[in-house]
Design a protein around this ligand. Structure first.
Ligand code: GZL
Length: 329
C-alpha cells in the first residue's frame, strides 16, 4: 500500500512539474531573418524554449519597428509569462516597453539594447560588446596589412555599416573609428549602411566600386554584407580577398567558407547562441531568484586566412581552415 502511495505521489509531482513547464508561455519579438547570424540566433532560442516544454509565441518583424511594437502589444493581450525582445533600432521603444512593465510581464532583453533601458524595468539583458567588435575589426586590419608588408602604403578603406540606428551598427562604427587612426596608412574613404543584408551589401559595394578609384579594404559590419560585396567585387572584374581585403563580423559558417576559398580575409566572432543564458534566466525567475541584470557575452575570437594576427591585446587570430569543421552556425 505504502509503495502504491509513493508511486502515486511521484506521479502527481511529475504531472505538476510538467503542467507548470507547459504552462510557461514565452513571447519572442525577433527582428527578422536578415542574416545568417539572426537565423542562428532564432533557431537557437526557439528550439531551446520548446525543448523546455514551454509554449513559444514567436514573431518575425521583417526588420520593421511597427511590426515589433504590434507583436509586443499582442504578447500583452495574450498574457504571456515572459517576453524576449531585441529591437531593430535603439529608439522608439519607451512607450510600448512601459506597457509591458504595466502588464507586469518580465522582460528579457537580448542582443540589441533599447536606448530607454535605464527608464524601463527589465529582468535581465544579454548581448555583445559592439564597440569592442568594431575595435577588433580595425585592429586586425591594421596588423594584417603590416604583416603583408603594406603597413606604409596608403590604403583606402570603405565600410558597410549595419542597420541605421541599431546599436550593433553604431557601436561597431564607434569601435572602428576609435582604432583606425592608430594606423596612419588606413584612410576611411566611404561608409554607408548595407542594413546587415547580403543584397544591400552587394548594392552599396557596387556603388562604391563605381565611385571610388582605388579600394583596398572593405570593413563589413556583418559577414552577410561582406559576402554580398564579394559578388559586386567579382562583377567589377576584381579578385575578392586579394585586390580588396574583406573583414567581416559574426563568424558565421559562410564566412569561414569564403575565407577558406580565399575570397574573404577575416571575421570577428559575435556569438548568436543565447539560449543557455535565456533558459537559465527564466528558470531562475521562475524560482524567484534575483541575479545580474546585464550580461555581456564574452567576446570570442577572430578567424582569418593566416592565423597569428593580433586583433586585440594579447589575442591572436585563428586560421579559419583549421576550425571550420567545428563550427555549428
Ligand atoms: C549582433 C546582431 C547583428 C549581427 C547581424 O549582435 O545584432 O544583427 O551582427 C544581425 O548579422 O543582423
Amino acid at each position: 500500500m505504502k509503495r502504491l502511495l509513493t508511486v502515486m505521489l511521484a506521479l502527481v509531482l511529475a504531472l505538476g512539474l510538467a503542467a507548470n513547464a507547459s504552462a510557461i508561455t514565452v513571447g519572442f519579438s525577433q527582428i527578422g531573418q536578415e542574416s545568417d547570424w539572426r537565423t542562428a540566433n532564432t533557431d537557437d532560442l526557439c528550439s531551446a524554449i520548446e525543448a523546455q516544454g514551454w509554449t513559444l509565441v514567436y514573431d518575425d518583424a521583417n526588420q520593421q519597428q511597427p511590426n515589433q511594437i504590434r507583436a509586443l502589444r499582442n504578447f500583452i493581450t495574450q498574457g504571456v509569462d515572459y517576453i524576449l525582445f531585441t529591437g531593430v533600432v535603439s529608439t522608439g521603444w519607451e512607450e510600448v516597453l512601459k506597457e509591458v512593465n504595466e502588464a507586469e510581464i518580465p522582460l528579457i532583453l537580448v542582443d540589441r539594447m533599447p536606448d530607454c533601458a535605464d527608464v524601463i524595468d527589465y529582468a535581465c539583458a544579454f548581448g555583445g560588446d559592439f564597440v569592442e567588435e568594431g575595435r577588433r575589426m580595425a585592429r586586425w586590419t591594421g596588423e594584417y596589412m603590416k604583416s603583408i608588408g603594406r603597413g606604409e602604403e596608403e590604403i583606402n578603406v570603405v565600410m558597410l555599416e549595419g542597420t541605421t540606428g541599431a546599436d550593433a551598427a553604431v557601436g561597431r562604427t564607434e569601435g572602428i573609428l576609435e582604432v583606425l587612426p592608430e594606423y596612419e596608412n588606413l584612410n576611411l574613404v566611404a561608409q554607408q549602411s548595407g542594413n546587415f543584408t547580403r543584397a544591400e551589401g552587394q548594392a552599396v559595394m557596387e556603388s562604391f566600386l563605381k565611385s571610388i578609384d582605388k579600394i583596398d579594404v572593405l570593413l563589413a559590419q556583418n559577414d552577410d554584407m561582406g559576402l554580398g560585396a564579394i559578388d559586386a567585387i567579382k562583377a567589377a572584374g576584381l579578385v575578392p580577398g586579394e585586390d580588396i581585403i574583406i573583414v567581416g563580423c559574426d563568424s558565421v559558417k559562410a564566412a569561414f567558407e569564403a575565407i577558406v576559398a580565399g575570397e574573404m580575409n577575416a571575421t570577428i566572432e559575435c556569438t548568436p547562441l543565447y539560449s543557455p543564458f535565456v533558459i537559465d534566466a527564466i528558470n531562475r525567475l521562475e524560482a524567484g531568484e534575483v541575479f545580474d541584470k546585464t550580461v555581456i557575452h564574452p567576446e570570442e575570437g577572430c578567424f582569418d586566412s593566416v592565423g597569428g594576427i593580433e586583433y586585440a591585446e594579447g589575442k591572436l587570430s585563428v586560421k579559419a581552415a583549421d576550425v571550420i569543421d567545428e563550427r555549428v552556425y
